[in-house]
Design a protein around this ligand. Structure first.
Ligand code: 5GP
Ligand code: MN
Length: 349
C-alpha cells in the first residue's frame, strides 16, 4: 500500500471529469523534458485505455530526440508547428490536463489559448507556487516527478488494473529522468514500491535507461568534451562552476535540440562543487540551467537573476541580452548570494 497523498475530494472530481468528458487535451511546459512527456503520455494512454478516443497531447515546441521512442510520441501535436489545429483542440476540449508546470507562462506562446479555453482545467504538478488557473489543483512539490503523481492519481481513482505496459513505460521514464536515474530527489521508499509495480506491468527499466541516455550522436559527445575542456569556469570560494556555449560554438558542433541535455550536471561530479550553471545562447535568449546539491536553493537564484524558477536543486530561467551580460549577472549573483556560505551545503561531499 502506498500513502494517500492526493486529497480525496480532488480525486473524485477528476474521476468525474474522466467519466463524463468526451474530448481531452493534455498540455505540458515549453522545452518538454522526460517528466513532461512521460506524465503527458502516461495520462494519454490511460485515457485511451479507459475508452476515450478523443485525447491529444499538445506541447508548446518540439522535444528532444531521446524521447521520441516513447509510445504515443509521434501523435503529440507541436503547437509552434500546428497552432491553428491546436487552438481548435483546446477550444473544443471538455477537460484540459495541465501537467508538470505551475503557471501559464511556462507554456510560452500557448498560454493565452490555454487560459481562454472553456473546458475544465486540471493541474497535476510538483513545482512550488501553483498559479490560480485550474479548477482542480493537484500540486505536491514534495513529489519527485509529475509522472509519479499520475501513477498515484490513476491508482486512487481505482484504475490500477488499466495500467498497461505503455502507461507504465511513460510513467517510469518521467520518474527516472526527473531524478537523474534515481541519483537525486529519490530517497522516498515509496518510489521503489511504485517502480516494482511498473516492472510487474512489463516495463524493461534497463532498456528504458539505455533508450534515454545512450542514444546520443557523436557530435554531442564532442561538444561535451569541448565545453568541459575549454569552457568550464570554477569558482572555488563559491563552490560553483559555470559552463557556457555561444551560438557560434553551437553551430560549429552542429548542435541539435537535446544535445546539451544534462551538461549542467557534469560539474557537480567535481569534489567540492555544489552549484553548477549552464548558459546557452539560443536564438531568442540565453537559456539558463542551474543545479545544486544540498541546501542551496537554485530556484531562488533562478527567480532573482534569471526570471525563472523550478525546484530547489534543479531550476532554470531565461536571460534577454548577450551571453557576456548573462555571465556578468551570474557572477554578480554568486557574489550577492554565495552558495559556498550556505551551512551544510556540502555535507554530502
Ligand atoms: P532545465 O535546466 O532542465 O531546463 O530545467 C530544470 C527545471 O527548472 C525544470 O524542470 C523547471 O522546473 C525549471 N525551469 C527551467 N527553465 C525555467 C524557466 O524559464 N522558468 C521557470 N519558472 N522554471 C524553469
Ligand atoms: Mn517534472
Amino acid at each position: 500500500m502506498i500513502t494517500k497523498i492526493i486529497q480525496e475530494e480532488k480525486i473524485q472530481k477528476v474521476k468525474k471529469y474522466v467519466e463524463k468528458g468526451d474530448k481531452f487535451v493534455i498540455v505540458t511546459h515549453v522545452s518538454p523534458d522526460g517528466d513532461a512527456i512521460g506524465s503527458s503520455l502516461g495520462l494519454y494512454h490511460f485515457l485511451t485505455e479507459y475508452g476515450k478516443d478523443n485525447v491529444t497531447v499538445i506541447v508548446p515546441n518540439d522535444f528532444p530526440a531521446f524521447l521520441k521512442w516513447m509510445p504515443g510520441a509521434k501523435d503529440i501535436v507541436i503547437y509552434d508547428r500546428y497552432k491553428e489545429f491546436a487552438d481548435q483542440l483546446l477550444q473544443g476540449a471538455d477537460v484540459i490536463f495541465c501537467v508538470d508546470f505551475n503557471i501559464p507562462k511556462r507554456v510560452d506562446k500557448m498560454a493565452e489559448a490555454l487560459i481562454n479555453a472553456p473546458g475544465r482545467h486540471v493541474l497535476i504538478d510538483h513545482h512550488l507556487d501553483p498559479g490560480d488557473f485550474c479548477r482542480v489543483v493537484i500540486s505536491y512539490p514534495e513529489m519527485s516527478s509529475t509522472s509519479e503523481m499520475v501513477f498515484r492519481l490513476i491508482c486512487r481513482m481505482g484504475y490500477f488494473d488499466l495500467i498497461n505496459r505503455e502507461i507504465a513505460e511513460c510513467i517510469y521514464t518521467g520518474m527516472m529522468t526527473d531524478t537523474g536515474a534515481f541519483t537525486y530527489n529519490s530517497n522516498k521508499p515509496e518510489i521503489y514500491i511504485i517502480i516494482s509495480e511498473l516492472i510487474k506491468k512489463g516495463i524493461n527499466k534497463d532498456e528504458i535507461y539505455r533508450k534515454v541516455n545512450q542514444t546520443y550522436l557523436e557530435s554531442r559527445l564532442r561538444l561535451m568534451g569541448y565545453v568541459l575542456y575549454e569552457k568550464m569556469q570554477i569558482f572555488p570560494k563559491q563552490k560553483a562552476a559555470l559552463l557556457t556555449l555561444s551560438a557560434e560554438e553551437l553551430k560549429r558542433f552542429n548542435y541539435k535540440s537535446g544535445d546539451t541535455e544534462g551538461f549542467v550536471n557534469l560539474p557537480l561530479s567535481i569534489k567540492g562543487i555544489s552549484f553548477s550553471a549552464f548558459l546557452r545562447e539560443d536564438p531568442d535568449n540565453v537559456k539558463v540551467s542551474l543545479r545544486s546539491v544540498g541546501d542551496f536553493p537554485c530556484n531562488y537564484f533562478a527567480s532573482t537573476y534569471f526570471n525563472g524558477g523550478g525546484h530547489k536543486n534543479a531550476s532554470g530561467g531565461e536571460f534577454y541580452g548577450s551571453l557576456e551580460d548573462a555571465v556578468a549577472v551570474f557572477e554578480k549573483g554568486l557574489m550577492d548570494f554565495n552558495p559556498g556560505n550556505i551551512e551544510d551545503l556540502n555535507k554530502d561531499k
